[in-house]
Write a protein that binds this ligand. Structure first.
Ligand SMILES: [Zn+2]
Ligand SMILES: [Zn+2]
Length: 155
């Protein structure tokens, strides 16, 4: 979280941008949330804290944070997630748990290269990649398994 803010500051200086109070607070709120945060949830929280929470202001803040690579958008949830490796340019590929709705980012390098190669075979230039896989996270899987065991049933 602190390092995310530090990265944000550095990136802003490098890009000649300003990390305004709304942008900084939006980034903090997205990081503090354990689940991806929707734009309207963010808007409500900012309003509670007395920020200018007009939708254009909030969307501009989100666009800035997205553009700077500080957050990712999880398309299928229409929500935003803090990125732990904002200093490296990358796409966000996600594992989304059906049970607890936790979202994990996973390493994309190999898949990214494969996608570009496959698309190029069709003469297609890739612009956006939305890779969001759903399933059961390790924790929920463990809980489900132990619950099934105590009931003496297995699936
Ligand atoms: Zn990321
Ligand atoms: Zn889970």
């Amino acid at each position: 979280m602190d390092s995310a803010l530090a990265t944000a500051e550095t990136l802003c200086i490098e890009q000649g941008q300003r990390l305004t109070k709304v942008r900084r607070r939006a980034l903090e709120l997205i990081w503090e949330s354990h689940r991806p945060l929707g734009a309207y949830q963010l808007l409500a929280k900012l309003a509670e804290e007395g920020f200018n929470s007009a939708p254009p202001t909030v969307y501009r803040a989100l666009d800035f944070l997205l553009g700077a690579g500080l957050i990712h958008k999880v398309e299928s949830m229409n929500a935003y997630l803090g990125c732990a490796h904002a200093d490296k340019a990358h796409k966000g590929y996600f594992l989304i748990c059906d049970e607890c709705h936790n979202v994990m980012e996973f390493d994309y390098q190999d898949i990214h290269a494969a996608l570009i190669a496959k698309a190029a075979q069709q003469g297609f230039e890739l612009r956006a990649e939305t890779i969001e896989l759903t399933g059961l996270c390790a924790e929920c899987k463990a809980t489900n398994t132990s619950a099934a065991n105590t009931q003496g049933t297995r699936t």
